[in-house]
Design a protein around this ligand. Structure first.
Ligand SMILES: CC(=O)SCCNC(=O)CCNC(=O)[C@H](O)C(C)(C)COP(=O)(O)OP(=O)(O)OC[C@H]1O[C@@H](n2cnc3c(N)ncnc32)[C@H](O)[C@@H]1OP(=O)(O)O
Ligand SMILES: CC(=O)CC(=O)O
Length: 312
């Protein structure tokens, strides 16, 4: 593999280790029109875990009519017995939690929105109503000993409402965390954030008592800013970063949502900075190339293309 000059240790102000929260099998695939066979999904997850990803978000227990691609959650989860990784799933409501608990899932995520437009489009609820829907889910999940992540979408901009004020994002972040979530993932659902905005939001959250140790960042790469945004977040103390193998992704309920930050692009940057992730870039790239074969198109990730000599 061709490589640049890696730093022996990260520069001051950067973490020494980053946990990558891999979202390819869920966020990456949820927008695919053609249903990927459940055996392929299970193999994708096994390969991602074998490449060293310690957290692989696997699927969603949502209404199958809303996300047909993930309608096979009940078949998929039991196929993952023995996979050595944390395997969280998305759960919007009590029905979703019941389904996940019946399969022995140990980690869930609820997913809210800063904006009313997206809350309505994605959850058929207002922001307040969606938080009300999540409250018993988080409480019951915690009681059952599960780890709970809160996702917050449209933290920076929204396709219907435009720029999202920092104060609104801070307000909904605190309310979602206040339900009892262990971690909050700040979503740039349509990929409009820039590093200055990221820094300003993290500073405002810090002032409001939400420290970086409880935060993750979740960038989509619409304007090519996802890596720069990630670096801004790392400089601010964030050590959990969401990414999608091969840069797959998008949201069926957010017009203009494009692919996520590619896990390979992230690992390439972190390796170069001397920040450990536990991920084997060669195995990960091979997995994304394999998945691209199933999807019938090349990966959009620059790193995957460079390392595998794929044509754009
Ligand atoms: C940025 C991102 O990527 S976010 C992730 C991508 N987006 C999503 O996954 C969207 C998920 N959204 C949804 O699934 C829906 O909006 C819901 C389920 C949360 C709410 O939809 P609503 O239509 O308001 O559901 P409502 O609560 O009225 O229930 C309607 C029916 O769905 C069923 N239902 C509700 N939740 C679920 C669930 N989690 N699993 C299966 N069925 C469900 C109900 O039992 C009910 O069935 P019935 O009509 O046979 O009685
Ligand atoms: C739930 C998510 O997938 C986060 C986002 O992109 O807003």
């Amino acid at each position: 593999m061709i490589s640049g000059l890696p730093m022996a240790v990260p520069e001051a102000g950067l973490p020494t280790h980053v946990r990558i929260h891999e979202v390819g099998p869920r966020d990456g695939l949820q927008n695919e029109k053609t249903v990927v066979p459940v055996e392929v999904k299970a193999e994708f997850i096994r390969r991602l875990a074998a490449a060293g990803l310690s957290t692989v978000e696997t699927t969603s227990f949502v209404h199958p009519k809303w996300v047909p691609q993930l309608a096979d959650a009940e078949q998929l989860v039991p196929m993952l017995d023995g996979v050595e990784a944390r395997l969280p799933v998305l759960v919007p409501n009590r029905r979703g939690l019941e389904r996940a608990l019946a399969l022995g899932v140990r980690e869930i995520a609820v997913f809210g929105s800063v904006t009313e437009s997206f809350a309505k489009a994605n959850l058929n609820r207002t922001v307040d109503e969606s938080l009300e829907m999540f409250a018993p889910v988080v409480a019951e999940a915690k009681e059952a000993g599960l780890r709970v992540r809160g996702y917050l979408s449209m933290c920076f901009g929204d396709p219907w409402e435009g720029a999202v004020p920092i104060a609104r994002t801070v307000d909904v972040s605190r309310r979602l965390l206040g339900l009892g979530c262990d971690e909050l993932s700040l979503g740039d659902t349509i990929g409009v954030a820039t590093p200055g905005h990221v820094t300003a939001l993290l500073a405002a959250l810090g002032e409001a008592g939400v420290g970086a140790e409880r935060l993750a960042v979740h960038f989509h790469d619409t304007y090519g800013q996802a890596l720069a945004n990630t670096l801004a977040a790392l400089r601010h103390g964030v050590t959990t970063v969401d990414a999608s193998a091969g840069g797959l992704g998008g949201c069926p309920y957010a017009k203009s949502a494009t692919g996520n930050l590619a896990t390979e692009d992230l690992v390439w940057m972190l390796d170069g900075l001397g920040i450990t992730t536990g991920v084997d870039l060669g195995r990960l790239t091979a997995t994304s190339v394999w998945m691209a074969g199933h999807l019938g198109r090349p990966s959009p990730s620059r790193t995957v293309r460079a390392l595998s000599h794929q044509e754009p």
